[in-house]
Design a protein. Structure first.
Length: 237
């Protein structure tokens, strides 16, 4: 059972441990999803994909009162999935990294979620110079060196969550918009030079997934309440 119905003024985010037996999830997936799983080179990546997609189907089915296998997805130009069967106003997004996944669900409002593992090796300053806005680069450089890595991933997760909520890939131009990234700032879209009105259209919220991750959810509107849940005990199906 779900812990509570999904109200229109709520966004639910589910925290999922992907280190589970993938076998029960195989029967929930479509032929296309199973084919995608086989494209992964490493077995662990393949298993994590199976669990993530299986849990997505299981959770959405619980919200809709449908069978997981009855769900039918289509994909946008940049790969964002949406449900076409059953017909619903439910919106959702999935992100996974390093054995963990987040699934965001909302009713009648677009939503995006991103999860980043902060211990992977990245040349933060060089990547920021290429993909961050000038304001974000300046904010990053203003921080003490010891705080820049966490700030980089904090900013990256917020930028990705926003783009995923919009349904866009990085072709949109990550340098065209600015998010907060300093440790004392709440998650926020601060500016968008292409579409200034976007600042009031979207709300970003930080997600606490533990010290190894940076995570953010972005959703339309300003009046929604965030609720988070642990899906580790939920069975497949």
């Amino acid at each position: 059972m779900l812990p509570a119905p999904l109200a229109r003024d709520e966004v639910h985010v589910w925290n999922i441990d992907l280190n589970r037996d993938p076998t029960p999830f195989r029967d929930l997936l479509s032929v296309e999803e199973l084919r995608r799983a086989e494209c992964f080179r490493f077995e662990q990546d393949r298993e994590h994909f199976l669990v993530a997609r299986g849990m997505l189907r299981a959770l959405l089915a619980r919200y809709l009162g449908a069978a997981p296998t009855a769900l039918c997805f289509v994909y946008g130009e940049h790969g964002k999935p949406r449900l076409v069967a059953p017909e619903t106003g439910l919106r959702f997004n999935l992100s996974h990294s390093h054995g963990r996944a987040l699934i965001a669900v909302a009713e009648g409002r677009d939503v995006g979620v991103d999860l980043e593992y902060v211990h992977r090796r990245v040349a933060e300053e060089r990547v920021a110079q290429r993909y961050f806005s000038p304001e974000e680069v300046a904010a990053l450089r203003a921080l003490p060196p010891a705080e820049r890595k966490a700030a980089f991933f904090r900013g990256w997760s917020r930028k990705e969550a926003y783009l995923k909520a919009r349904g866009d890939g990085i072709h949109y131009g990550l340098r065209h918009f600015t998010v907060s990234l300093a440790p004392d700032e709440p998650a926020a879209l601060l500016a968008n030079t292409l579409h200034p009105e976007e600042v009031t259209r979207w709300t970003l919220r930080n997600l606490d997934v533990g010290p190894d991750f940076a995570a953010c959810v972005a959703a339309e509107g300003a009046g929604w309440t965030l609720r988070t849940f642990d899906a580790s005990r939920l069975p497949a199906g």
